[in-house]
Design a binder for this molecule. Structure first.
Ligand code: ADP
Length: 551
């Protein structure tokens, strides 16, 4: 489109010129120089030629007085002036009006002062004698940069607001899904009971035709129940309300049991399932029910998406030293099939909710597209990772990691709980204090019995139902999570200390010493890692630092 003002120019350039003009006209510049001629030269040059609005001051003091009453977009000051010099003025402005841009004019031989001015907050400097074109261009550049920064900050603020709104809507959606699924499950269970009663003949003889319809009804009721359970599970995972009951698990037995329970489904398609897990494999630490669910989902999918006469291989092994560097000391469980595979463009999204690969034979197979999202959530609740390698037409291998159940393992239960409580505090916008409590014997290591006694005493001092007390086995310390701000935490801490003073814990031959380290979200720490680091630092520095505390 032709510009209305300048023939031949585009409409866009017209707008651009217009906005540059507006931009210049809007900017106010305060020029400070003790030499009258320079002040008047700059005033004319910057206002008449460049179009800025210019104010003048002859000393640093006068400039500060003006700044108290008015706002300027840029301060252009001379270096050498009687009384307050340019450097002092720039330092003062950085303190009292940090949002104001400053530039310094210096003579030859004073480049050090110019650099010093930049260090103290000046945006740029100009060498005297001044070149008018250069002066105007450099001032425009500094102002444009500031404008860009302000615009970026505006965008960032808007994005943050939009994110907050999305988070709020997401919580509402999870709550809605959770309530709706709950409410639907009860009548569905009643319908299922009734259908089963009729099918069993209790309500009268059922003929062959009726039996056919009733069996279809029951199959669909089961399908609907599975969908509701999936939705409920996912909303629990997403809102951090999922409860995990950690224990030591013998993985080989668990995998073999799961494979044999799914064998009838595999047999129906003549698919062979093999399990290759060494008897030497260390146990894992996790929630058996949830690990079963992970295995059921992965093996179930492998059966679903593998054509007749295919193979499924389940393996579990300790990660190699190399892999441990990325994933920590963990067990990796793989479910590998010779099925239809997953096209590369779907691999990234395969763990997302409702993601299904369209247009292949398995679409005839029903599913919700929630299984892998739930599986991923459950693996991550165990502080594990899950990934897939696949080749269309050849097969897929899903691998997930689980924490070890050795005594020196990092404490996944502690991490899981801290994760959950931290998220809850963020969502509720409430405080959360982490207490780390340690009992130290005069010599030797801390005995379990001593820790047991300390645990009992601390429990007495935590009076709220929501307060959580855990043990970090590796360092033999207790960790309490309380919904308390700094003042509240102080009260709890005093209660613990008084209790220990009144009834000291006797170690071997001497009274054991108790140390407490606390940190509070959000007053003192804004992230989980910071909360843990601060509490640990306050507990005392002798502990080995928590290198891979994956918060
Ligand atoms: P559902 O199985 O209910 O569709 P999932 O979340 O378990 O949902 O899986 C999502 C999609 O990932 C499936 O629909 C399928 O397209 C693909 N998929 C999962 N497992 C396999 C597998 N072993 N082989 C091929 N495709 C798979």
């Amino acid at each position: 489109m032709q510009s209305p003002g300048s023939p031949g120019g585009t409409f866009e350039t017209f707008c651009e010129n217009l906005s540059i003009e507006n931009f210049i006209m809007k900017n106010r510049i305060l020029v400070i120089d003790d030499e009258k001629e320079i002040r008047s030269f700059l005033s004319k040059a910057l206002s008449r030629i460049a179009g800025f609005r210019v104010e003048l001051a002859e000393s640093g003091q006068e400039a500060l007085q003006k700044l108290e009453k008015e706002t300027f977009d840029l301060i252009l000051t001379d270096l050498k002036m009687p009384g307050m010099d340019g450097l002092q003025l720039i330092t003062e402005i950085a303190k009292v009006k940090p949002e104001t841009l400053t530039m310094m004019m210096t003579g030859h031989g004073t480049i050090d002062s110019a650099l010093e001015a930049m260090k103290r907050g000046a945006s740029d400097y100009l060498m005297k004698p001044l070149n008018l074109d250069e002066l105007i261009v450099r001032i425009q550049k500094v102002l444009e940069e500031k404008q860009r920064f302000v615009r970026l900050k505006d965008f960032a603020d808007q994005l943050e607001k939009a994110n907050q709104e999305l988070r709020r809507l997401d919580v509402m959606k999870s709550e809605f899904v959770s309530i709706a699924s709950h409410e639907l499950r009860t009548p569905l269970a009643a319908i299922k009971n009734s259908v089963q009663l009729v099918r069993s003949g209790t309500a009268g003889k059922v003929n062959e035709n009726q039996e056919k319809f009733l069996s279809t009804a029951e199959r669909n009721i089961n399908r609907l129940t599975n969908i509701l359970n999936d939705l409920l599970n996912l909303s629990k995972i997403e809102s951090g309300r999922i409860e995990l009951n950690f224990e030591n698990i013998e993985l080989k037995g668990m995998i073999e049991l799961m494979a044999s329970s799914l064998k009838p489904h595999a047999d129906a398609k003549s698919i062979q399932i093999d399990v290759e897990v060494s008897g030497e494999i260390p146990g894992v630490y996790g929630d058996p029910e949830k690990i079963n669910q992970i295995l059921t989902n992965l093996i179930g999918n492998a059966i679903k998406f593998t054509p007749e006469k295919g193979n499924i291989l389940i393996t579990a092994k300790l990660l190699s030293n190399d892999q441990q560097r990325s994933y920590g000391e963990r067990i990796a469980v793989s479910v590998k099939d010779t099925g239809i595979g997953i096209p590369p463009e779907h691999l990234d999204a395969i763990f997302e909710k409702f993601h299904q690969v369209e247009g292949s034979l398995h679409r005839s197979v029903s599913g919700t597209g929630l299984g892998l999202a739930i599986t991923k959530g459950l693996v991550e609740a165990h502080q594990g990772k899950i990934w897939v390698e696949s080749e269309p037409g050849k097969g897929s291998a899903f691998t997930f990691t689980l924490p070890l159940s050795k005594a020196e393992r990092r404490d996944p239960h502690f991490r899981f709980t801290l994760d959950k409580e931290f998220r809850r505090a963020q969502e509720k916008e409430s405080s959360l204090t982490l207490f780390l409590i340690q009992v130290i014997e005069e010599k030797g290591e801390v005995k379990e019995a001593l820790l047991d006694r300390l645990e009992m005493k601390v429990k007495q001092c935590l009076c709220r139902k929501a307060d959580i007390l855990l043990r970090r086995e590796r360092e033999k310390i207790l960790a309490a999570l309380c919904e308390a701000n700094v003042a509240g935490a102080q009260v709890i801490r005093q209660r613990i200390e008084m209790e220990i003073q009144k009834h000291p814990i006797e170690g071997q031959g001497a009274t054991a010493v108790i140390k407490v380290g606390t940190a509070t979200y959000p007053e003192e720490a804004l992230s989980k890692a910071e909360l843990f680091r601060l509490a640990k630092e306050r507990l005392g520095g002798e502990n080995e630092p928590e290198k891979d505390f994956g918060c």
